[in-house]
Design a protein around this ligand. Structure first.
Ligand SMILES: [Zn+2]
Length: 114
């Protein structure tokens, strides 16, 4: 595969569980998927963030320019941090919601007749 044809343009997803395979190297247990696009065929692959660096895939910068290896690494690690941070926030919200539900339930519980 000619990896020079592929670009990482900033598409990424959090699957919320590590249960996907990297579509480039078949590495299992991917949780954070990064999307790369073939500039000629428009095909897409969902791969692990470290594979972008490992296979030397270039990221596209904010102005549509190709980033060099250092720039790509910086962009990938920034995007990965964003994903991890969003996942952490989501977890805090869902924990907060279940505490709230429990409190509502306790408050609504009828008092035992004495
Ligand atoms: Zn991979």
């Amino acid at each position: 595969m000619a990896l020079k044809e592929w670009r990482y343009e900033g598409g990424f997803h959090d699957l919320e569980a590590p249960d996907a395979d990297c579509e480039l190297c078949d590495h299992p247990d991917i949780r954070y998927q990064f999307e790369i696009r073939n500039r000629f065929t428009d095909a897409h692959l969902q791969i692990g963030s470290e594979c972008i660096n490992r296979f030397g895939i270039s990221a596209t910068g904010d102005d549509g320019e190709d980033l060099d290896a250092a720039g790509t690494r910086k962009k990938v690690s920034r995007d990965r941090r964003t994903l991890v941070e969003e996942a952490r926030k989501k977890r805090v919200i869902s924990v907060g919601r279940s505490i709230l539900l429990e409190e509502t339930w306790t408050a609504a519980k009828p008092a035992c007749p004495s």
